[in-house]
Design a binder for this molecule. Structure first.
Ligand SMILES: Nc1ncnc2c1ncn2[C@@H]1O[C@H](COP(=O)(O)OP(=O)(O)OP(=O)(O)O)[C@@H](O)[C@H]1O
Length: 251
């Protein structure tokens, strides 16, 4: 896949619903090979901003450009909050469809093997041929994450991707996400309510304030290498930075 250095430029982006400002004057430069976390109070506009990046919503004012293209012109992988699984696709079909959408050619045996490996790592092999109504919430979320990881788009967007997972599964899925990301770095933006998750997974944490949603601050995570999370989870540095960021969000 292409490892793009294109920037995503947002210039004074505002979004209103029935004249109510939801986002106001959001200007951001997102680097092509970084992971960004969007964090902020409930209702601050995180999902709305993700949908603008995905081209699912149009700004009331301002512009969004990825390289010289608009969001609607690029292939994007979106892991939505409600998982976005189609009732007539099995887990495996959904993930293979996600992989195929970003490719010129069809699915090859190598793709099949790659996807089977991902299912194994995500502990989904036993449910690979099941339909969404046969899966638990956590399993659906893991299928949605797996589809995002298997896709080869230039841009990966995820809305609270790990929120429905129990602690152990979440840690496995987070590490798998980082491992996949390192194999093929691409611009990734995810929404989270979890400050530790934001610091551990993202290079930059974008803090949104509410009413209307604006960028309050962008904080560079002290964890830039992001290889093995297990040690960093226990670190004093994580404890301290989490405290600081919490004050920033609440203050
Ligand atoms: N269809 C809609 N009609 C009216 N208001 C809406 C609509 N969709 C979103 N909003 C409002 O826009 C604001 C931002 O919503 P959004 O879902 O983007 O916030 P969020 O930060 O993702 O919240 P959460 O953390 O609770 O998921 C909220 O005040 C919400 O009530």
């Amino acid at each position: 896949m292409s490892t793009s250095n294109k920037q995503f430029q947002l210039r004074t982006v505002s979004f209103q619903i029935e004249k109510k400002p939801i986002l106001q004057d959001v200007s951001l430069t997102l680097e092509g090979q970084k992971i960004y976390a969007l964090i902020g109070a409930s209702g601050a506009g995180k999902t709305t901003l993700l949908q603008l990046l995905a081209g699912l919503k149009q700004p009331t004012n301002g512009t969004l450009q990825f390289g010289n293209q608009t969001p609607k012109e690029i292939v994007i992988s979106l892991v939505p909050q409600e998982y976005g699984l189609l009732p007539w696709q099995t887990a495996r079909q959904a993930v293979l469809a996600g992989r195929k959408i970003s490719r010129q050619q069809g699915i090859t045996p190598t793709d099949q093997a790659f996807v089977s490996q991902l299912f194994e790592k995500m502990q989904l092999t036993a449910v690979a041929d099941k339909y969404p109504n046969q899966l638990s919430g956590g399993q659906k979320q893991r299928v949605a994450i797996t589809r995002g990881l298997a896709s080869q788009s230039e841009l990966l967007l995820m809305d609270e991707p790990f929120s429905a997972l129990d602690a152990f599964t979440r840690e496995t899925a987070q590490q798998l996400f980082l491992d996949s990301w390192h194999e093929a770095p691409r611009l990734t933006v995810f929404v989270t309510h979890d400050i530790e998750e934001a610091l551990l997974l993202a290079h930059e944490v974008i803090v949104l304030e509410s009413n209307p949603g604006r960028v309050k601050q962008i904080i560079t995570s002290p964890f830039q290498e992001k290889q093995q999370l297990a040690d960093e989870r226990q670190s004093e540095l994580l404890f301290q930075t989490t405290r600081l960021l919490r004050k920033e969000i609440e203050g």
